[in-house]
Design a protein around this ligand. Sequence first.
Ligand code: S3P
Length: 426
Amino acid sequence: MSGRVRVPGDKSISHRAIMLGAVAEGRSKISGFLEGGDCLATLGAFRSMGVGIERQGPGRLSIDGVGRDGLRACAHPLDLGNAGTGMRLLAGLLAGQRFDSTLTGDASLSGRPMNRVIDPLTMMGARIDADDGHAPLMIRGGRSLNGIRYVMPVASAQVKSCLLLAGLYAAGQTCVREPMPSRDHTERMLRSFGAHVVHRKGWVCIQGGQSLHGVDMDVPADISSAAFFMVAASITPGSNLVLEHVGMNPTRTGVIEILRMMGADITVESKGMAGNEPVADLRVRYAPLTGIHIPASLVPLAIDEFPVILIAAACADGETVLTGAAELRVKESDRIKAMVDGLTELGIWAVPRADGLTMRGGRLTGGRVQSQADHRIAMAFTVAGLVATGPVDILDCANVDTSFPGYVAFAVGAGMQVSVSRNDPA
Ligand code: S3P
């Protein structure tokens, strides 16, 4: 794995750029936008609510904001596809509108828990009907929302962001407190758009009734997508790969800390800023890895990177223990189960636990792995293919496009041998 590459734009930031640009006053120009299925679903939802969004080139958008109260009812359900971020953040933004909306998603999204946003939004005065806490969500318009103080039971940026967006439409102040810090892109971006967001003694608070103003914004490369190549280069002898313009928000860099604890050789070069977000180039060289007990405090800061971190652990010397990661069970798939099953298929000893797993590094064989239609599980196992003693066949890969369009060509360009079989729709 060698050369210099730039992975596509950050998924979390791209979703938020559309949402805030849509309800801001005036025009926003976005570059580096992730044109993957998840963010395109959010883009489509806002177009259906009357927002003019024009594509001006690859990853370049111009959004004509309609202002706080300018969204229009959509006659049909808004389909968020596979995107938990799209659905949960939109639920917050739409709970305080004058019109009704319905949010739907694919089979995976329809199986994910939505009570974590429905309950606190209901406390604010929203009315959301759902089927036992699952999508579709029917959001009633014309409700008056009130600010609340809410202590979140789990660290979740989606829940925090949902409530902050609802808070923009609520009377008084909405304050949220997390058990551990989660990604803070919403807070940073709200500030870029001119809103006042306050951090006080572990609480993040927003005053209702504020207006946003359009901005020009560059979206960093997604550290979650870069993570596949950090591990790929770390486990492949002779590698020297530079990942350019990677988002280095400290609430996202847990993957670098964890890999370094395992012995990875990752150096940070040419630091800068993209909008309100830190970025850097990362140089990754091959290094022998050792198993570790992953500190639970790093789990929310690397929550999306565990599939590929566990591939690193499979190549490491000794045991790796992951705890405090029960949230992995309610991602696009049950990622603890998907990883234990896949690793076991490839000859690695791995035992699940309710909130993580214990596993031992070893020699990866070839085999046939079920991705559970989860983009990150599929990509993680392509990385395993770099060191496996036989071919790794990964099934059900179409959803890779939700976060990393063009992944196969990109991975081949960086040095991986990966191809799409005609039997898989990806
Ligand atoms: C995200 C938050 C995380 C993460 C997801 C993106 C976001 O989810 O797993 O991929 O953009 O806010 P949780 O908030 O459920 O932890």
